[in-house]
Ligand binder design. Structure first.
Ligand code: GUN
Length: 311
């Protein structure tokens, strides 16, 4: 489907259904797991295993970790969970990572972020075997992505790329503006778009005239973590807008103390102008775990020198 707004195109047709796309991806991952695990006669079959490490009791992290474990099992893989006390020191965590690196039954290792203050997150991420780094946060995988090597790619930007390619097909020659420069989303997103032959601008809070920069985008990725910062008049008519933000804001209209989730884009304003847009929730969010599952199968196959099935 073209991302360019067609006369008479309804709002509903413009909304990119990340929830449905993620469900389809999980089905393809489950089929790949079934293939490699021997359920379809594959010789020397194996069942990929994902280890998730949670330190502390951050409520949002607990929800993510629970969902990761559930979806890992639903796709036929093994889920290994390590829950550590909030006071865990860095050496203890590094010892656990070393054990998981050495464990041949573990194909993927994910350390849930954020980590408590006493732990240096990048030191921990860089201690993970790059071959098991299903988050793609290790400096080796970041370097491989930047240099066109066979990287494990961070899940959220990978999910955004899959949604974009599904809506637009070839991204060659499109101008993509990525707002946000984090190591987890903005920078890898820019590398993926560059790899897909888009022309890429990375913008951020210090960019001069950010609205004017955004108006040049055929593809606009908002990953800044500021509720509804991107307004409708920042968007070029017909542009495809990918909203990575998940922000909880007060919703007094729904009752006292109620909250709701919004993205980094003012959705209703943007919907009127854009050719296509991801909603929050139900857009990019569901893609992250689906891509994590895909990365786990990919890591498991590569470690064993087995061809990665189509997913
Ligand atoms: N915390 C929020 N998002 C993520 C993610 O994608 N990976 C990890 N490890 N932690 C997160």
């Amino acid at each position: 489907m073209s991302g360019i707004s067609q006369p008479g195109q309804s709002g509903a047709e413009k909304v990119i259904d990340g929830k449905a796309f993620a469900a389809g991806l999980r089905e393809r991952v489950a089929r790949a797991v079934s293939t490699v695990s021997g359920a379809q006669g594959f010789m020397g079959g194996f069942t990929p295993g994902l280890a998730v490490v949670l330190v502390g009791e951050d409520p949002a992290s607990q929800v993510y970790v629970r969902n990761k474990g559930k979806q890992t099992q639903e796709t036929g893989m093994r889920s290994i969970e390590h829950k550590l006390d909030a006071r865990t020191d860095q050496d203890t965590l590094l010892t656990l990572i070393a054990d998981l690196n050495a464990d041949d039954d573990v194909d993927g290792i994910l350390v849930q972020l954020p980590l408590p203050k006493q732990i240096d997150a990048q030191s921990v991420l860089d201690a993970i075997d790059p071959a098991k780094d299903v988050d793609g946060f290790h400096v080796i995988n970041a370097g491989r992505l930047a240099t066109g090597g066979a990287a494990l790619v961070p899940c959220t930007p990978l999910g955004c790329l899959l949604l974009l390619q599904d809506r637009l097909g070839d991204l060659s020659g499109k101008h993509a503006v990525v707002v946000g420069r984090s190591n987890i989303v903005g920078k890898p997103m820019a590398q993926l778009l560059l790899g897909a032959n888009a022309t890429v601008t990375i913008a951020h809070s210090r960019t001069a005239d950010l609205p004017a920069m955004c108006r040049q985008a055929d593809i606009l990725i908002a990953a800044v973590g500021r509720p509804e910062m991107v307004r409708g008049d920042w968007i070029k008519p017909g542009a495809v807008v990918i909203d990575v933000g998940i922000n909880r804001v007060p919703a007094p209209e729904q009752g006292e103390g109620k909250t709701r989730l919004v993205g980094d884009v003012a959705f209703d304003e943007a919907l009127a102008v854009a050719g296509a847009i991801t909603p929050v929730p139900g857009g990019v969010g569901p893609m992250t775990i689906a891509c994590l599952l895909r990365n786990t199968v990919e890591a498991a196959c590569r470690r064993r020198g087995v061809a990665v099935p189509e997913m």
